[in-house]
Design a protein around this ligand. Structure first.
Ligand code: SF4
Ligand SMILES: [Zn+2]
Ligand SMILES: [Zn+2]
Length: 320
């Protein structure tokens, strides 16, 4: 098949749009969707100037998504003096997995000449995910611990770097899965939180004072296209999956969604379109109610309990 834009040989067919695209036009089309999302979400503040630039922290894991995001942000904004970018990688202490993906991060950030910081669970919490999984004091899935630690690290370092925005590489499949999970769990409050934390345009979010806001500029691009982009652009992405990955429910949802997408191309896009609208309404209904939050007695993080979840988990792991 040939590219619908230029007649060169096509490298992909997107069933949801009907388009066949060649390498160049696929890359352009992904770039365009990411830039449009950045515009629509209002990620570059009007008042950012070369003297008072805005600071973006990019969560860089070394997987294809964050690598592609970093590359596109660098292509688009490296020469823009209103924006400073820092790539932040986290080493969770997962033997045989994270070392290699960090190599990919280092190669990429050296190529792009972008500031790169690495923080480790070892330094931050005096623990490694491999040990946490072994001890498992709370009888939870590995990702449940890891996610709490990651959020803590990200929010503290975002503050330390005086970040205005935290950007992550979630793609369309990731977001549509999360949306479906929230639907199927009947969790409207979670939809509101999702909107306020990372989904809504920056100026429409209701709870803006307490966290560095997050954004996901790749969230209009299907996973396959992100993978193809990384491959075609020869980016140093690490593809092995984490040995502790076992989010069982997400796996089921993923299969369900890909089946629906096969039979009804465009399903992921329509899930997200409807979800965003509902999440915005939910955020309006729930938003701004944060009086119950205080500071963690142990680390000072914002929490609704005496001791934050991260401190409780570190304590539980240490006690085993
Ligand atoms: S898959 Fe789970 S355990 Fe592995 S790095 Fe990601 S969140 Fe952590
Ligand atoms: Zn073409
Ligand atoms: Zn704490």
């Amino acid at each position: 098949m040939n590219c619908d834009k230029c007649g060169e040989e096509a490298v992909m067919h997107a069933a949801y749009s009907g388009l066949h695209l060649c390498q160049e036009h696929l890359v352009r089309s992904v770039d365009k969707r990411v830039r449009r999302r950045i515009r629509e979400d209002g990620l570059v503040p009007d008042d950012a100037t070369p003297d008072d630039p805005t600071t973006w922290v990019i969560g860089l894991s070394g997987g294809k998504d964050s690598v592609v995001l970093t590359k596109i942000l660098d292509d688009t904004f490296a020469k823009d003096p209103r924006i400073e970018m820092i790539a932040l990688s986290i080493h969770e202490g997962i033997e045989g997995y994270r070392d290699e993906s960090l190599d990919a991060c280092e190669e990429l950030t050296a190529d792009l000449d972008i500031r790169h910081e690495v923080v480790t669970y070892e330094d931050e919490f005096d623990l490694q995910m491999d040990n946490v999984v072994e001890k498992d004091p709370e009888n939870m899935a590995p990702c449940a611990y890891c996610g709490v630690f990651r959020r803590d690290v990200l929010s503290r370092y975002a503050e330390e770097y005086d970040a205005d925005l935290m950007l992550t590489g979630h793609n369309l499949d990731d977001e549509a899965e999360t949306a479906l999970m929230n639907f199927l769990e009947g969790n409207v409050e979670q939809m509101a939180k999702h909107f306020d934390a990372s989904l809504g345009p920056l100026d429409e979010r209701t709870d803006q004072d307490h966290h560095v806001p997050r954004a996901k500029p790749l969230r209009d691009v299907p996973e396959k296209e992100v993978a193809l982009y990384a491959h075609l652009e020869d980016l140093p992405a690490h593809i092995t999956e984490c040995p502790h990955a076992e989010e069982a429910f997400r796996g089921e949802i993923q299969e369900l969604m890909l089946g629906l997408e096969d039979d009804h191309p465009g399903t992921r896009h329509s899930i997200m379109a409807g979800y965003e609208e509902m999440a915005a309404l939910a955020a309006e209904a729930y938003g701004g109610d944060d009086e119950k939050f205080g500071e963690c007695d142990s680390c000072g993080a914002r929490t609704a309990r005496d001791i934050c979840r991260k401190c409780a988990l570190v304590e539980a792991v240490d006690a085993v």
